[in-house]
Write a protein that binds this ligand. Structure first.
Ligand SMILES: Nc1ncnc2c1ncn2[C@@H]1O[C@H](COP(=O)(O)OP(=O)(O)OP(=O)(O)O)[C@@H](O)[C@H]1O
Length: 286
């Protein structure tokens, strides 16, 4: 395992920000730490990168990896141009190839604003530059703390796609925090955190399968007659409707095919990350 955290805990005074978190990160994986504001994501991340000392527990890497970090707030100089900022950063490392900044500027689509002051860029442009900065030392692991927060939906998608492409093309291990459920949906590995604790862990598909049911709603003239034919108990029954929580789409298809003569209409809705989050925490993402 590239990275492992055992019983990671951080308290501030009597407040427990991170409460016994265990996690394992494989080389080359894409992990999203998903949770609402104040869940403990940033505090977890800062312990993983060694910026904050755990109150208890430990973080171990199987080797000494190079880390790249994109912080929530930018660490670049607003008054300098993009190129100046990145050149200064590159100068701080030994063994960075001389063309590294220009290669990254092409890969991340920065070329048209390289000579613009960082402070005058749009939110999405700034994020790209922040990511370029974190990649200068050719890291093995890229950590990003809420890289898409505050961006509009199209820019969020573009940044997310960029991070996924970098992961694939550079064989990077990516660990990021987000509170956007739709983003977590496309990570390999989702770790749901709330009140400092890991509530669920797995692929998005596994989490949805485990915690969000698939709802099949059947409209029928005589729901009782229909229900009598189906093995499973319905979650709800009204005068003209039955609702089932099913394990798979296949189970829904079996019911539809076998009972088509009694079914007037239907809706099948696979459980979303939002349904899973609701089931895990008892509330919508706040
Ligand atoms: N330096 C600190 N001193 C005191 N309390 C802190 C400190 N850092 C974090 N906390 C508290 O710990 C809890 C977890 O905070 P953290 O920033 O890790 O959450 P988060 O999930 O990253 O939230 P967000 O999405 O808002 O960044 C919060 O209640 C926060 O107020």
């Amino acid at each position: 395992m590239l990275l492992e955290a055992k019983n990671l805990t951080k308290t501030f005074g009597d407040q427990v920000a991170v409460d016994g978190v265990n996690l394992q990160i494989k080389q080359g994986s894409f992990t999203a730490l998903l949770g609402p504001n104040g869940a403990g994501k940033s505090t977890t991340m800062s312990m993983l990168i060694g910026l904050s000392i755990p109150t208890a527990g430990e973080v171990t890497y199987d080797r000494k990896p190079r880390l790249g970090v994109v912080f929530q707030g930018s660490v670049l100089d607003e008054m300098l141009t993009v190129k100046e900022n990145l050149d200064i950063r590159a100068g701080q490392y030994r063994r960075v190839p001389t063309d590294r900044v220009s290669v990254l500027s092409k890969q991340l689509g920065l070329t048209s604003f390289m000579s613009q002051r960082y402070g005058t860029l749009s939110g999405g442009q700034k994020r790209r530059v922040d990511i370029a900065r974190a990649l200068i030392n050719n890291p093995d692991i890229l950590f990003l703390d809420e890289p898409t927060t505050g961006l509009d939906i199209q820019t969020r998608l573009a940044i997310w796609t960029l991070i996924q492409r970098l992961q694939r093309e550079h064989h990077l291990t990516v660990i990021l925090t987000t509170h956007y459920l739709d983003e977590a949906d496309s990570a390999d590995n989702v770790i749901v955190i709330d009140h400092g604790k890991v509530l669920a862990w797995g692929t998005a598909a596994e989490i949805k399968r485990r915690y969000a049911g698939n709802l099949l709603t059947l409209a029928a003239a005589s729901p009782r007659q229909l229900a009598a034919r189906i093995d499973q108990q319905p979650m709800r029954m009204t005068d003209d409707r039955l609702v089932y929580d099913l394990a798979t789409a296949q189970a829904a298809m079996d019911i539809l095919v076998t009972n088509h003569d009694l079914i007037e209409n239907f809706e099948f809705r696979p459980g979303s990350m939002n349904d899973a989050f609701l089931a895990l925490t008892g509330r919508e993402m706040r």
